[in-house]
Structures are given as C-alpha cells and as structure tokens.
Write a protein that binds this ligand. Structure first.
Ligand code: NAP
Ligand code: ZN
Length: 333
C-alpha cells in the first residue's frame, strides 16, 4: 500500500508529487482520507528549514480535515467519522505537563509533519489520541485552519483570561490573526487590529476589530499608549517590540505566537516599569482544541478561506509567501 502526497525534497524547493509507504496501523492509530488541508505559515518555515528541524522528503500540512477510513483496535474513533488533525502528533502522556493536560508542552512531543508525512496528501496515518471529532455545524474548509491557527490564537486568550470588555490588540491579519479577531468578537473584547496592509483595514472591522492601526508605524502604535490589557502578535517578522510594550496597560502582556527570526532585544526597564510581561504560546492542548472547536461551532466561527486543488500546491504556497491570501489558503482533494 502507498500514499500519494506532495513533498519538498530539499530546503526551499518546490513541492513535487511523492509516493510513500505508510507505517503499519498501530493500535492507537487512525487512517484518514484527507479532504482539506490548510496552509499555515509554519509549513513555509518547515520547507525553508527556518527552525533547523526539517528532514526531507518533507510532506507539509497540519490543518487537516478528512474521514476515518481505518482505526486501530484501541482507537476510539469510528470509520466514517469526520475528523481534524493539527500540529501535534503525539506526546509521552506520562510526564508532568502531559498528566496536567498540557500535552502540547511535553518535551518529547512530535509534530504531524516534522519527521512524519503531513497533510498535503491523499491519506495520513497518525495517533488517534491527537485526532479530533469535528462538530457537524462546522464547514470542512472553514474548519481545517481551526486545527492549528484556531487553537493557537484561542488557547492564549483563555490562558490570559480575556473576557467581555478586555482591551486586546491583534498584530498581523493572516491565518492566525483573522481568526483571533473572530474569537475575540465572540468573547466581547474591545479589539484593535494592527496590520501592515492598508487594504485589510475594512476587513479587520468586518472580522471583529473595533479599531485598526498600522503594525509598522511607531507613531500609530504610540497613539495607544497604556491602553491594552493584552497584545497577541501573529507576525513572522521582527517588529518594534519596545513601542508595542508601551501600548500595554500596567501588568499587560505581550504574547508572541508568530515566529520572528533572531533575538528579541528588550531593555529590562520596559518590563520592570508597569510590570509588563512578554511571553509565548505553543499551539494548544487537546483539551483546548476540543473547547475551541465547540466554541467555534457555537458561535459559527470558521476561517475565511481561499481554496485550491492539492495539485496547485506550489502556486498556493507562493500566494501565502506573498501575503496575498484572504485569509487562509486551504488545499482540497
Ligand atoms: P500568515 O497567514 O502568513 O500571516 C502572517 C501575517 O503577518 C501576514 O498576513 C501579515 O499581516 C503579517 N506580516 C507578515 N510579514 C510581515 C512583516 N514583514 N511586517 C509586518 N507584518 C507582517 O501566517 P500564519 O499562518 O498566520 O502564521 C503566523 C506565524 O505564526 C508564523 O510564524 C507561524 O509559524 C506561527 N505559528 C505559530 C504557532 C504557535 O504554536 N505558536 C502556530 C501556528 C503558526 P498584515 O498583512 O495584516 O500585516
Ligand atoms: Zn500551523
């Protein structure tokens, strides 16, 4: 038996059709016939080996929706069930973070498409304990990006106690950022969207922002001095962190989910004064994924997607690189 996929054979290369033999179906595994797979910016980081973690051939893709076609003896999922698969593939399930329900913080966790073949494919075999039943109310294409982008923005909003009336900034309106706006509107937060794309301003208001500012204008960011409880940064590039910290109220938090290159340079005084904090957030636990999917179904939240056939994966990847997608590219089989 073989699975058809698209793979990068070396760093920064275009993807090519690729066939591989899957590992035997283990007792906890499922085999899923993939209908949709979103393109996350992390797939570009992997293709480019930005994190020095990629191995080739590399089949990217970790925002997967499909139907179960086979289930191992110990797997709770049923053949025919519609499911979603995100970034995390497995964890030890025994360490302190795992036992506390923070499997996404397990030191031995594995990712769906790092050292394993991901979702730019017809089928995938993976650990069923990290595969999620999709609520019926969710459209498959709009739901696929929830599996990574969705939980990555939802989990920190829960962790940092964002509620009705919280004043929140979202930096970068791509796949992650636009979903953050939709979740935040449903949570009742007052939201300022920061974008480097002037043509996204109207969309930002429609998606859930109450105000819009330039993400790259220190003058506009300074205009929000001491106003925000929480800033969620989804941008994969360096920004003016010091000026952003000043937009936070005392005790405010700047949370990075985007992966900018290089070091963060922050004068200590910027953290001491006003007790502001800077932190990161890593996808979300399986429990957070389930809570996020239920919240999305309840509030009719999905991604705004562009779709393309899997065979056009390279053109689709280029649109993501060029920041032209509004707002998540989803490949279809
Ligand atoms: P995306 O769809 O490409 O969106 C990124 C957005 O950032 C762009 O749409 C753009 O928004 C803004 N941006 C890009 N380059 C910029 C620049 N040079 N200056 C200012 N703004 C810029 O990417 P994504 O899929 O949302 O992923 C974003 C980041 O999150 C990536 O680094 C990805 O690896 C990371 N990520 C992290 C996790 C985690 O667990 N922490 C999970 C998933 C993804 P505007 O046009 O509005 O400016
Ligand atoms: Zn992702």
């Amino acid at each position: 038996m073989t699975f058809s996929a698209f793979a990068a054979l070396a760093t920064k290369q275009a993807l090519v059709p690729f066939v591989y033999e899957p590992a035997p179906l283990a007792a906890a595994d499922v085999e899923v016939e993939i209908s949709h797979c979103g393109i996350c910016h992390s797939d570009l980081h992997l293709i480019d080996d930005d994190w020095s973690s990629s191995s080739y051939p590399l089949v990217p893709g970790h925002e997967i929706v499909g139907r179960v076609v086979a289930a191992g003896d110990d797997c709770m999922l049923a053949v025919g069930q519609r499911v979603g698969i995100g970034w995390q593939r497995s964890a030890c399930l025994e360490c302190e973070p795992c036992r506390a329900g923070h499997e996404n913080l397990c030191a031995t966790q594995q990712a769906t498409c790092v050292g394993h073949m991901g979702g730019f494919a017809r089928r995938i075999r993976t650990d069923g304990r990290f595969v999620f039943a999709l609520p019926e109310a969710l459209d498959a294409a709009a739901a696929a990006p929830l599996l990574c982008a969705g939980v990555t923005v939802f989990a920190p909003l829960r962790r940092w106690g964002i509620v009705n009336g919280s004043r929140v900034g979202v930096i970068g309106l791509g796949g992650l950022g636009h979903l953050a706006l939709r979740f935040l509107r449903a949570m009742g937060a007052h939201v300022t969207a920061f974008t480097s794309s002037p043509d996204k301003r109207d969309d930002a208001l429609r998606l859930g922002a109450d105000a819009v500012a330039s993400s790259v204008s220190p003058r506009e960011i300074r205009g929000l001095k001491n106003q925000l409880d929480f800033l969620l940064c989804t941008v994969p590039a360096r920004l003016d962190w010091v000026t952003y910290l000043q937009a936070l109220k005392p005790n405010g938090v700047l949370c990075l989910v985007g992966a900018p290159p290089g070091l963060l340079q922050i004068p200590a005084a910027q953290l001491l004064t006003g007790q502001r904090a800077i932190c990161g957030s890593d996808i979300g636990s399986p429990a957070a994924i389930r809570e996020m999917l239920a919240f999305a179904a309840e509030h009719a939240i999905g991604a705004q997607v562009e779709t393309a056939p899997m065979s056009e994966v390279n053109a689709a990847l280029q649109r993501v690189r060029d920041n032209r997608v509004r707002y998540r590219m989803v490949l279809t089989n």
